[in-house]
Design a protein around this ligand. Structure first.
Ligand SMILES: [Zn+2]
Length: 168
């Protein structure tokens, strides 16, 4: 369980982000994204009425999952925090969290490996975290200044990394 929030450890940014994340799961975007991945069908049963089954199709592997034990996740195709830029501010965060419906899809998100394979959401998250870690390193090396790399990227100019200022 997360430690109790007290006045001493209260972190405004983290608190708001957590609340925003919770709000996202209650907003129509979230439900619509799930609905779009939903497959509702009936299977015959030996006795009585046919049984209703609801499954969700993973947008990447195409497999079907039931919505239980966090088997699926509504995922932002373009992540909420751009891993190449990092966190900007709360405005940017909420704008990207409550994004266009077409930027949302459902991915499988099962806990353990299945046939030696991690879930699509876990794989995607791992890749994004790797890029984000690189971005943080680069920011640190540039004294938090990404303007040089951003500029050269926008201009489509030279691709090589700007000279490191950290001589040791
Ligand atoms: Zn999948």
């Amino acid at each position: 369980m997360a430690p109790k929030i007290t006045l001493e450890n209260f972190d405004r940014k983290n608190f708001i982000i957590k609340e925003l994340r919770g709000a996202f799961k209650r907003c129509p975007l979230y439900n619509e994204a799930k609905d779009r991945a939903k497959y509702d069908y009936f299977v015959p049963s030996k006795h009585g009425k046919p049984q209703r089954r609801v499954h969700f199709k993973c947008a990447q592997c195409g497999r079907f999952f039931r919505d239980e034990n966090k088997n699926i996740a509504v995922d932002h195709i373009e992540p909420v925090v751009d891993p190449y830029i990092g966190y900007v501010d709360l405005d940017t965060y909420s704008e990207r969290l409550f994004c266009d419906i077409d930027n949302l899809w459902v991915l499988c998100n099962y806990k353990d490996l299945q046939d030696g394979v991690a879930s699509c959401h876990k794989i995607k998250t791992k890749i994004e975290s790797g890029i984000a870690a690189e971005t943080r390193k680069r920011k640190k090396a540039n004294g938090n200044d990404l303007s040089q790399t951003t500029e050269s990227a926008t201009l489509g100019g030279r691709k090589e990394k700007s000279k490191s200022k950290t001589d040791k």
